[in-house]
Design a protein around this ligand. Structure first.
Ligand code: KG4
Ligand code: ZN
Length: 336
């Protein structure tokens, strides 16, 4: 079964054709990063308008790259939740128009569940259940327990900022540009992670929740100074040390809570998804901790961490098999 996937939940317009849930026939992502760069983050209204301009050429490119026409596609899968509502509506309207015109089945896909699927789709078969998944991106930071491979149940989440949002805001404080995650990752490689003692907040001992706004504010006050402390100037080495110290605190919080979830649920595997799963320090710490505990770990390939339509087409295939198609009353939703 060949599924055309469409993704427009934030600031990437993406389309892909995937066969039987895992064989990638095409994968097109048009990023809006340059358009949002002057504003330091995605501007919802601008995102919607850019999706509108890009959606048709991106879908055409995905079909062309797969050497197919619309008539060769068996079904259409589209991200319909969660995300920026105006952005989601563009993808959902496009998918519904194609479904109406061709009579092909349509299925709405949960973007967060698709990030979880992206972390293990290349291995072919699901990890052993129950497994724990951390989804960590610009819009979401949550821990899920999966007793069934396609049925995530949220058991922990951020109380304030998403981790990627904190990376982006700290990068803005350090005057590094947008999106901040990859730049902080790069700067931190030559920095001292112990120089600034940023600490993840002490959540209740057994909590599976996160908070990133405190670490972000600590970086801000370190740079600006307070009544009692001199500001730390943004010299080349200071920026590297600040980036490394922030990244260490953020990643420690993510690794700590994820393995607390593993202990609590006797999980047999851990999978990580979302844009921040590309972070090199996060990948290293997860690999070390999983090896120390002898637990299976699945990290997505780098191109599957950030938003893409391959994961939407892939999960859409499984949803069609399990639950059948949606009808044309399918609508976009900002929440899950
Ligand atoms: O999954 P994604 O493309 O979009 C959302 O669903 O939010 O994630 C984008 C986020 C951005 O905040 C970006 O800064 C972060 O992922 N990111 C990273 C890295 N690469 C991307 N964060 C930390 N380290 C990275 N290497
Ligand atoms: Zn995402």
């Amino acid at each position: 079964m060949r599924v055309l996937g469409i993704e427009t939940s934030c600031d990437e317009t993406a389309a892909a054709v995937v066969e039987d849930g895992c064989r990638v026939l095409s994968d097109v992502v048009r990023s809006q990063i340059e358009i949002h760069q002057p504003f330091g983050g995605p501007v919802p209204e601008i995102a919607s308008r850019s999706h509108l301009e890009a959606i048709q050429p991106v879908i055409e490119a995905a079909l062309n790259n797969a050497q197919m026409t619309l008539s060769d596609v068996d079904a259409i899968a589209v991200t319909n939740r969660p995300g920026l509502i105006g952005a989601l509506l563009v993808g959902v309207a496009a998918a519904k128009a194609l479904a109406l015109a061709t009579g092909k089945p349509i299925v709405g896909v949960d973007h967060v569940a698709a990030h979880i699927y992206a972390s293990w789709m290349d291995r072919g078969s699901p990890p052993p259940t129950p497994f724990i998944s951390l989804v960590v991106s610009g819009g979401h930071t949550s821990i899920f327990r999966l007793d069934e491979p396609f049925d995530p149940r949220e058991i922990g989440s951020t109380a304030d900022d998403a981790a990627g949002e904190a990376f982006d805001k700290v990068a803005a404080v350090l005057e590094l540009g947008y999106p901040g995650g990859p730049i902080i990752d790069r700067e931190a490689k030559d920095g001292d992670p112990k120089r600034f003692p940023f600490k993840p907040p002490l959540m209740a001992r057994d909590s599976l929740d996160f908070s990133f706004s405190g670490i972000k504010t600590a970086v801000l006050y370190t740079v600006r100074g307070t009544g009692r402390r001199e500001p730390v100037p943004l010299s080349t080495q200071n920026v590297k040390d600040l980036a490394a110290s922030f990244q260490e605190a953020a990643v420690e919080a993510l690794v700590g809570a994820t393995f607390r979830a593993v202990e609590r649920s006797d999980a047999r595997a851990v999978v990580i998804g979302g844009g921040c799963a590309a972070n090199s320090r996060l990948r290293q710490l997860f690999l070390e901790e999983a090896e120390r505990r002898g637990i299976e770990l699945q990290l997505p390939t780098l191109s599957r961490c950030t938003d893409n339509a391959v994961m939407i087409a892939g999960l859409g295939y499984h949803q069609l098999l399990q639950h059948g198609a949606d009808d044309l009353s399918l609508d976009a939703r900002p929440g899950r």
